[in-house]
Write a protein that binds this ligand. Structure first.
Ligand code: IPD
Ligand code: CA
Ligand code: CA
Length: 264
């Protein structure tokens, strides 16, 4: 495979510059808008961060495509696609809750080969290169070795359109809670999955995510030894809406059994 080091440098530069912008504006009086779903916010910091990321990618690689939550730049015919969520955790950010991150991944010919998830507040940068392991800053990370659901700490998120109970999202939550399991909801899918990758959580599910929420964290989790499927245990693509991610132990099958309950 091609040497990816020049792309890794650009990915880090773009994540770092976006993180700086986010620190600069955090807890200040910035503009906040709403998207199609009333609670789905977009701030001027999301737009500013994405513009900076695209500017950096295109300064180095003018012919690459960028799929970005706030518009991206997809006009080119290229094997290289960067997948960018400038702020994952925008609702947290807009409310001055310090749980958010920048997520940048790179696909070559449809395969995710690089990913970085940077948390400006905690100075944690999770990243991975396909085939070369996953890292938290400069330390190699791996998933936890907790085997059973009983001993697990889980995390999930809800879509902004949850009012319509999209794909049973409330039922799934209730079914896990009824088992007496601890379940967290942090508000950033990318961080949820990276925390799983470094052993803080054992399992994560969500019903309605986009490629920019998961692309980088998905690779980081796989490289850390985790497992990702749909709710039935079938193969996963970052372009799927549904995601079930775990440390790859018995927990995964046990979570499938709980998720199945909502469809019976
Ligand atoms: C959201 C976060 C949240 C998840 C939502 C996503 P955004 O992304 O990842 O945790 O529950 O489904 O849309 O809007 O903050 O980029
Ligand atoms: Ca997101
Ligand atoms: Ca976002």
């Amino acid at each position: 495979m091609e040497d990816l080091s020049k792309y890794i440098e650009v990915m880090f530069e773009a994540a770092e510059e976006a993180a700086k912008i986010q620190m600069q504006y955090f807890n200040t009086d910035f503009e906040i808008g709403r998207k199609k779903n009333y609670s789905d916010l977009v701030t001027e910091v999301d737009k500013h961060s994405e513009a900076k990321i695209i500017e950096i990618i295109h300064r180095h690689f003018p012919l690459h495509n960028v799929l970005g939550e706030e518009g991206g730049d997809l006009q080119k015919n290229s094997d290289y696609l960067w997948i960018v969520d400038p702020i994952d955790g925008t609702v947290n950010y807009a409310h001055s809750v310090p749980i958010f991150c920048v997520s940048i991944a790179m696909e070559v010919k449809g395969e995710v080969v690089l990913g970085a998830v940077q948390s400006p507040m905690t100075r944690e940068k999770f990243w991975a290169e396909k085939g070369n392991g996953a890292y938290l800053n400069d330390k190699r990370i791996s998933v936890s070795d907790v085997d059973s659901l009983r001993d697990s700490l889980l995390v999930t998120g809800f879509p902004y359109g949850a009012k319509e109970n999209s794909d049973h999202c409330i039922d799934h939550f209730v079914n896990f809670i009824k088992l007496g399991l601890p379940v967290r909801r942090l508000g950033s899918a990318a961080l949820d999955i990276c925390y799983l990758a470094c052993g803080r959580f054992e399992g994560f599910w969500e019903v309605d995510l986009n490629a920019w929420d998961v692309a980088a964290a998905y690779l980081i989790l796989l490289e850390a030894g985790g497992k990702v499927t749909n709710f039935k245990g079938e193969p996963y693509s970052i372009y799927n809406k549904q995601i079930l991610a775990s440390n790859g132990r018995k927990v995964h099958e046990e979570m499938i059994k709980v998720l199945e309950k909502a469809y019976k």
